[in-house]
Design a protein around this ligand. Structure first.
Ligand code: DHE
Length: 663
């Protein structure tokens, strides 16, 4: 029998699914017996039973087949007698609902809810129609019917098998590369839910295998279906996540210093640019899966260099002067690239963390290019390096209880921004919910302030003045606003389902003055908040405009002071066409201008302007990647760059715009 798959879900189901899974909610069954009116159900499915539990013994074969289908498909969200998971415990469900009702519901909950009052009452959109034919549905219903007395013949979910040392190591590495970003190194959850053994043992090996293969509505990727994990790897991971997680090792200053490689000492570097190209208008492109960064001459649209930065490089930041690009990889490696040489080259490398996402330089006057900070996902620490050589200077632990006093074993450093007005870096501390301020004018680079904000801080950037740091507490559906001048939290604004601003976008709205904006992963929506507490205090830090987007799963938006538009992506949409599109909002019309396909393959992700703000670069994130360049005035395609070297392009960073925080 082929493995049934969970059907790709519609936009609305996805949205509700995200909320359900992230919040760990469960759907609750009403406590009453309902006898379905079969006349209202026949348009959805041909029920096989009556309006209540059949009372007849289903055939043993049908029950056995139904149990297999249940384990492979339904056990992802339901148990029979073991308590609720994502969905309710189905013990005794056939007595409660009847087989005809169950057939209608399982066939297509949304369609059934449209014709059945009781179904409408419990329908939340969380349950997708399973990809099962009528025969399989009959078998599942027969199985549920056999458990109608609440004494199911099923055993508890099968637990994990023992793993050999090499299997455990392999699984740890797959977990680190694929799972830790969302579920946390210690599996306590953040963007994804908690998957410690207490929870995974409830789901069992069969359920976990199904989840890993087919994904979940809340945004869990379909690793198997997408061909990213093999069936053998899925079997391994389904067992591994039921075992106690390994405690990853610490990384101290001595070990970090041992990893330091000063490739080109400062005395051997040019004292002025050796290239005639406009290096301040270079664009660095992350080639994610190649572990490389492409440096492009933005004026000439030419590739200048390909730099090997190491595993799964995540972002680039420019030093304050723009001379150096600093890359950070998922493996915690920081790479410094000199743009003044004729061909850009690596001048220093160091590994400050085992797992990292953020890096930035010192930008305050008098401190330009003096220091670099790296924020770690693991260990829970930040590391400060010399800004010319990457010599490690200090490591500081960020582990602490969260803003509610809960003890934690893991606190990841999320977004870091460098102030242009004070000698400080500002960082989101994901699990603890604090915004930390690090003073680099003091000898030991201490964290001088921890401002309680909200849980699971993720990405963010500056407002248009550079005074306010705005960061997503994305599991709380909020943007948190911190005044870095007074070092206080000034607002928490609910914007929508799982905001993901990247660094965000700032512009003047004709009605509301300066605004800051975000799109969302969980719903198709652009949200603008007022961001001018001095000029328009009546709108400050409130939602002033919401614009529907055709597609969920947005990760990034971008604008430029010289552009009339705001560009937005939807790469994580489950609708394939939407993952290929770019959408454009008109600042002047205060409305969505257009959405159009950028490519017929890959996921279209992230935007960057050139220095002048007259063209926009878009990535097609695919092994056969492309960069598509648009004329920003006319929104017409200017050029499509492709080639075997363009492997999985994701983020793009213009030197001038990145050094000056233009977004
Ligand atoms: Fe990112 C920024 C974390 C997945 C591409 N990403 C960030 C930042 C954080 C972060 C904390 C902010 C850095 C800063 O400003 O200092 N990203 C994470 C994750 O934890 C997550 C969800 C899962 C993971 O395992 O990494 C994740 N990110 C992704 C992707 O899948 C993307 C699309 C491709 C990839 O490289 O894996 C991706 N993240 C980016 C990009 C930025 C980013 C391009 C910078 C945006 C900008 O304009 O500055």
């Amino acid at each position: 029998m082929s493995t049934p798959t969970i059907t790709r879900i519609s936009t609305s189901l996805f949205v509700i699914g995200v909320a359900l899974v992230i919040a760990g909610c469960t759907q609750v069954l009403p406590e009453r017996v309902v006898v379905a009116d079969s006349s209202t159900t026949t348009s959805v499915a041909e029920p096989t039973g009556g309006g209540e539990a059949s009372g007849e013994m289903p055939s043993t074969e049908a029950v056995a087949a139904g149990m297999t289908v249940f384990d492979e498909t339904c056990a992802v969200c339901h148990t029979i007698g073991d308590g609720p998971l994502v969905g309710p415990d189905l013990a005794g469900i056939a007595s409660l609902r009847g087989t005809a009702w169950l057939t209608g519901w399982i066939t297509d909950p949304e369609a059934f809810a449209a014709v059945d009052a009781d179904a409408a009452e419990i329908f939340t959109g969380a349950m997708p129609a399973p990809d099962l034919d009528a025969g399989r549905i009959d078998e599942v219903v027969a199985y549920l019917d056999s458990t109608a007395d609440g004494a199911p013949p099923t055993a508890a979910p099968a637990g994990p098998r023992e793993l050999s040392a090499s299997e455990f190591d392999e699984a740890s590495s797959v977990y680190f590369n694929r799972c830790a970003g969302c579920h946390g190194t210690l599996r306590v959850g953040a963007t994804g839910p908690n998957i410690e053994p207490e929870r995974t043992l409830e789901i069992g090996t069969a359920g976990l295998t199904t989840i890993l293969t087919n994904g979940l509505p809340g945004g869990m990727p379909a690793w198997g279906e997408a061909g990213i994990l093999t069936p053998e790897e899925i079997e391994l991971m389904a067992n591994f996540v039921q075992l106690e997680p390994p405690t990853p090792p610490p990384l101290d200053l001595t070990e970090i210093t041992e990893s330091w490689n000063l490739v080109v000492p400062v005395v051997d570097r040019p004292t002025e640019p050796q290239t005639t190209r406009d290096w301040e208008n270079y664009t660095g492109i992350i080639l994610r899966d190649a572990g490389q960064v492409a440096i492009m001459d933005t004026d000439a649209h030419e590739k200048v260099a390909i730099i090997d930065t190491g595993f799964a490089v995540h972002i680039l930041r420019s030093s304050a002067t723009g001379r150096y690009f600093i890359a950070v990889g998922r493996d915690g490696r920081v790479t410094m690239i000199d743009l003044w040489t004729e061909v850009p080259e690596i001048v220093a490398q160091v590994q400050g963390c085992f797992d990292a996402r953020s890096v930035d330089g010192s930008k305050f006057e008098g401190y330009e290019d003096q220091y670099i900070i790296e924020g770690c996902y693991w260990p829970p620490q930040y590391v400060v390096f010399d800004g010319q050589t990457l010599e490690p200077l200090v490591v500081h632990d960020v582990l602490s209880p969260d803003i509610n006093g809960e003890e934690l074993n893991e606190v990841r450093v999320a977004a870091i921004v460098a102030s242009h007005f004070d000698p400080v870096w500002v960082m989101g501390l994901k699990e603890s919910g604090y915004v930390g301020i690090v003073d680099y004018s003091q000898p030991d680079f201490p964290m001088i302030k921890k401002i309680p904000a909200d849980l699971f801080l993720h990405d963010g950037g500056w407002d248009h003045t550079g005074r306010y740091f705005i960061t997503a507490a994305n599991a709380q559906n909020k943007l948190m606003v911190v005044d870095v001048k007074t070092q206080e939290l000034v607002a928490g604004v609910e914007t929508g389902d799982t905001p993901h601003p990247g660094r965000g976008a700032n512009w003047i709205d004709p009605e509301f003055g300066w605004v800051y904006a975000t799109t969302h992963i969980g719903e198709g929506k652009l949200t603008l908040i007022g961001a001018d507490p001095e000029g328009s205090p009546e709108y400050a830090w409130q939602v002033v405009r919401e614009v529907d987007l055709p597609g969920t799963g947005s990760l990034f938006l971008k604008t430029h002071p010289n552009s009339p538009w705001v560009w937005m992506d939807t790469p994580l949409s489950n609708e394939i066409e939407e993952s290929h599109q770019a959408c454009v909002y008109s600042k002047e019309k205060m409305a969505l201008e257009t959405c159009f396909p950028v490519a017929d393959h890959g996921r279209v992700v992230h935007f960057e302007y050139d220095r002048a703000g007259d063209e926009v670069w878009v990535s097609v994130w695919d092994p056969d990647g492309e960069i598509v360049i648009y004329d920003d005035a006319t929104l017409t395609e200017k050029l499509r760059i492709a080639g075997p070297w363009l492997i999985t392009p994701t983020g793009k960073f213009n030197v001038f715009n990145t050094a000056n925080d233009i977004y």
